[in-house]
Ligand binder design. Structure first.
Ligand code: ADP
Length: 455
């Protein structure tokens, strides 16, 4: 087992990893930018190293600085957290070449799943159903148009290197296709340095359902149930829950076994998420994330499995301590992502926290790096807290979430707590009847999809 782990991340996820390490008796080093010198994870870690100025490119994405910090502090392994370098093949390779263990999958698996067109082809070959569309990268707009006509409009033009809902454009008809195609490609080139795109049929009322999987280096692979992440804005998750209110036990078992079977065949090591769209009773593979997810806490609450702990254990070469038949699902969990943003305009709201009180009580979990007097920097993601509740039933979980949101005090900045409370009041949400487009419709009718995605 490792003696010391370096955490190359910030905010709540860096703190989440520090917490797991402490409980495992592993020492921690947190690297940080100058903007995060007073971060909670930095305070809680055994050691910290400042690796650069606020822009991520010069700090959290600065591979030589991170490797130097790992050498200087004698770390054995590096945990990349979420975002930043967590799905960067080159980083993973360099970490291992320098004699550290990367807490995550192999660079080959990261590369394969990081290119969405290659990921889809890999999963098709392993037996997963795909959304109709191009078999791989589309070379130009003419070829794209032919494929779009074959699968029928509307279609979605997506960046192979895409992530976080970026680099996607909807095309509704032949007339707007070429403009949407070049917009998607240009945006992808600017955001990811790779303008390659592929095409999918744009599904009109799917749910986003993802399966948590974990594999070890001894050939074991299990699934830990699903999370329903259909409450989205601009293709980004706002509320997640598990289990999905609409899956039957048979559908859960079917997709879980299929997902676990794929990673077993791939000999995948680490935690991962297989994302699917689910429409009219059918699953369609979307992508695989080869890392921990923000919403992993949902799975932890309904299975009792500490995913970060298990992730560290399998990275250290240990066998998974449970088999599929030992995984039991208990009750219902909901997570609200609390962002530092205006609840109606969604304009980011960084600044100093003048008063903070976290909710508590039975079945309430808050994963956050906030504290009284902390200043939320403007440079990074606006997620400041994850509020997770667990209860016996979905109905009880919703009541508990409302109660916990009302208890939560975050002053000095604006947050989207009022939006969460509003969603929880909606009869369709309460009935579990929503799809990936529902929240945006609730927020004010159908605007032009491309405007929303582009802005
Ligand atoms: P990213 O990696 O940027 O998050 P994904 O491929 O995972 O991109 O898709 C993100 C979200 O975009 C999905 O959860 C869904 O809401 C929407 N989406 C993606 N593909 C389609 C599609 N073919 N039809 C309709 N919506 C889609």
């Amino acid at each position: 087992m490792f003696n010391k782990i370096l955490i190359a991340n910030r905010g709540e996820i860096a703190l989440r990893i520090v917490r797991a390490c402490k409980e495992m008796g592993i020492e921690t080093v947190v690297v940080h930018s100058t903007a995060d010198a007073n971060g909670m994870a930095v305070r809680m870690a055994d050691e910290s190293v400042c690796i650069g100025p606020p822009p991520a490119r010069q700090s959290y994405l600065n591979i030589p600085a991170i490797l130097t910090a790992a050498s200087l502090t004698n770390a054995d392994a590096i945990h990349p957290g979420i975002g930043f370098l967590s799905e960067n093949e080159e980083f993973c390779r360099m970490v291992e070449e320098h004699g550290f263990t990367f807490i995550g999958p192999t660079p080959e698996h990261i590369a394969k799943m990081g290119d969405k067109a290659v990921a889809k082809e890999t999963m098709r070959a392993l037996g997963l159903p795909l959304i109709p569309g191009s078999p791989g990268v589309v070379k130009d707009a003419d070829e794209g148009l032919k494929i779009a006509k074959d699968c029928g409009f509307p279609v979605l033009i997506k960046a192979v290197a895409g992530g976080g809902g970026k680099g996607m454009k909807v095309s509704h008809n032949e007339e707007d296709f070429k403009a949407s195609f070049s917009m998607a490609s240009n945006e992808a080139k600017a955001a990811f340095g790779n303008g390659d795109v592929y095409i999918e049929k744009y599904l009109s009322h799917p749910r986003h359902i993802e399966v948590q999987v974990i594999g070890d280096t001894h050939g074991n692979a299990v699934y830990l149930g699903e999370r329903d992440c259909s409450v989205q804005r601009r293709h980004q998750k706002v509320i997640e829950e598990g289990p999905s209110p609409i899956l039957t036990p048979e559908q859960r078992k079917y997709i879980g076994e299929l997902a676990a079977g794929c990673i077993r065949k791939m000999r995948y090591r680490g935690v991962g998420t297989m994302e699917f769209l689910f429409e009219d009773g059918k699953f369609y593979f979307l992508e695989m994330n080869t890392r921990l997810q923000v919403e992993h806490s949902i799975t932890e609450m309904i299975t009792g499995v500490d995913l970060v702990r298990e992730q560290i254990m399998v990275a250290a070469g240990q066998k998974l301590p449970f088999k599929q038949e030992n995984v039991k699902f208990m009750g219902h969990a909901i997570e609200c992502r609390i962002n530092a943003e205006h609840p109606e305009t969604f304009i980011p709201s960084p600044g100093k926290i003048t008063r903070y009180h976290a909710p508590g009580g039975l079945g309430v979990r808050v994963d956050s790096a906030l504290y009284d007097g902390y200043t939320v920097p403007s440079t990074y993601d606006s997620l400041v807290a994850k509020l997770i509740v667990h209860a016996k039933t979905r109905e009880e979980a919703m009541m508990r979430m409302e109660r916990a949101l009302e208890e939560c005090v975050i002053e000095g900045i604006q947050t989207n707590i009022p939006l969460h409370l509003r969603i929880l009041q909606e009869p369709e949400f309460r009935a579990g009847q929503f799809n990936i487009h529902w929240l945006e419709k609730m927020l004010g009718g159908k605007q032009d999809e491309n405007k929303k995605v582009a802005s």
